[in-house]
Structure formats: C-alpha cells, structure tokens
Design a protein around this ligand. Structure first.
Ligand SMILES: [Zn+2]
Length: 219
C-alpha cells in the first residue's frame, strides 16, 4: 500500500490522528476526525474538498515513542545496523570484536506544543496582552482561526515553545478583568487543522450538529 492514498468513505481516524496531504501543495497535516466536507489547507490556503485529500496511515501510539537501533562500525568506516545487539553480533561471528558498537536513538513523533485556544472575538485582547504584559523576548502569536475559534502560539526568543501555565494564568486574569462573556478559553495541545476539539466536538457530533471548528461548504 502506498503511504498516501485517496481519501474515501471507508477511512476512519483513531485517537492519535491521521495524516492528510493537500493535493495542491503536498503539505501534510494531522487531523483528528473526518467530520468535515472541506478544509482549508494551512499551507497554501486552498479550500480543499474532503475527498480531494490524500490520506496516510493512522498514527499509532508507538509512532510517538522513540525507536532504537544498534550500529556496528569498523575502523574503515564501514557500518552495519540491526534491531538488537544480539542480531548485530550474530551477523559477524568472526569479526564482531573489531566493531565499535553503539545504540542509536531516533526520536518519535513529538507531542504538539501547548497553545492558547480562544473565542476569536478576543484575538485583539490576546495581542494587547502580548504587547503590553509579556517580556520583550516573549509573545503570543496568532496562528489560525476556524469557525469561532483561534489558536495563538507562545513564542520565546522567536521560537515556538509550550505556553507556560503561569503565562496562561496571567492572561486569564487579564481577560477576566476586562470581559465576562468569554465562552472558550483553553490551554491545551495544538488541535491542528480545523481546530477540532474532541472534548467539545464529539458531544456536538453525537447530538447531530456541526462542530464550530469545521468549515462547511455548500455541496
Ligand atoms: Zn495546500
């Protein structure tokens, strides 16, 4: 099976999500459900119909873990790899004492960074907070809006990192002093394409509604 195949009605998504590829720019994103009829590609901004996407395999728990392999290296620079040390040694019964043996780690999929998810009517308040209440080397940067939701990333020295709990609390206090009608305010893992929030949207889907994070197009 090729890594990506055309998305069909038979495809399902499990808990760690699944990769989809944009047919226009080949950008790959992770989605956590397929309850949409079209989604805007976050890279090229094209509105792509669901069945125009290509889909990859489900992401499994083990994909999130680092993997290991054993490397045998000779003085000449020649190398050999195996899953276990035993396997590596067995492959060279005569000369394994001449190899330098090391264990290599390959990182797994990383957990998405912690971000701020908020009712988009308060995007401006996020910017004011970022400009006036955060140190110069920190910022909250708007990343994406979908439906009534926005995602803001936390930047430290120009690099995206997890939004710290303390900063989130500071922002919460800042907002509470100014607004009382904030329906959505979350400190959570980046929900990715379409800002799908299973903790809210699963209930809405079961009730037969359309999640706010999804973009509906007329078909
Ligand atoms: Zn694209």
């Amino acid at each position: 099976m090729p890594y990506f195949e055309p998305l069909t009605t038979n495809h399902r998504v499990t808990v760690h999500g699944r990769l989809v590829r944009c047919p226009h720019c080949n950008h790959v994103s992770r989605v956590y459900h397929l309850g949409f009829s079209a989604l805007k590609c976050i890279n090229c901004k094209t509105m792509v119909r669901k069945y125009d996407y290509m889909i990859g395999p489900n992401v499994k728990r083990k994909d999130l873990q680092p993997t290991y392999r054993w490397k045998g290296e000779w003085k000449s620079g020649r190398m050999s790899f195996a899953k276990t040390k035993k396997e590596l040694l067995a492959r060279f019964p005569e000369s394994h004492h001449e190899m330098k043996i090391t264990k290599e780690q390959r990182p797994g999929w990383s957990r998405p960074d912690l971000v701020l998810v908020i009712d988009r009517r308060f995007d401006r308040a996020v910017q004011v907070f970022s400009n006036k209440h955060l140190p110069d080397n920190q910022a909250l940067k708007w990343a994406d809006s979908s439906g009534n939701r926005s995602v803001h990333l936390f930047m430290l020295d120009g690099e995206q990192v997890d939004l710290p709990h303390r900063t989130f609390q500071l922002f919460k206090d800042f907002l509470a002093e100014r607004h009382t009608n904030v329906d959505l305010l979350m400190h959570r893992e980046d929900p990715g394409l379409s800002i799908y929030l299973p903790e809210l949207d699963e209930a809405i889907l079961q009730a037969g509604g359309t999640p706010d994070g999804c973009i509906k197009v007329n078909t």
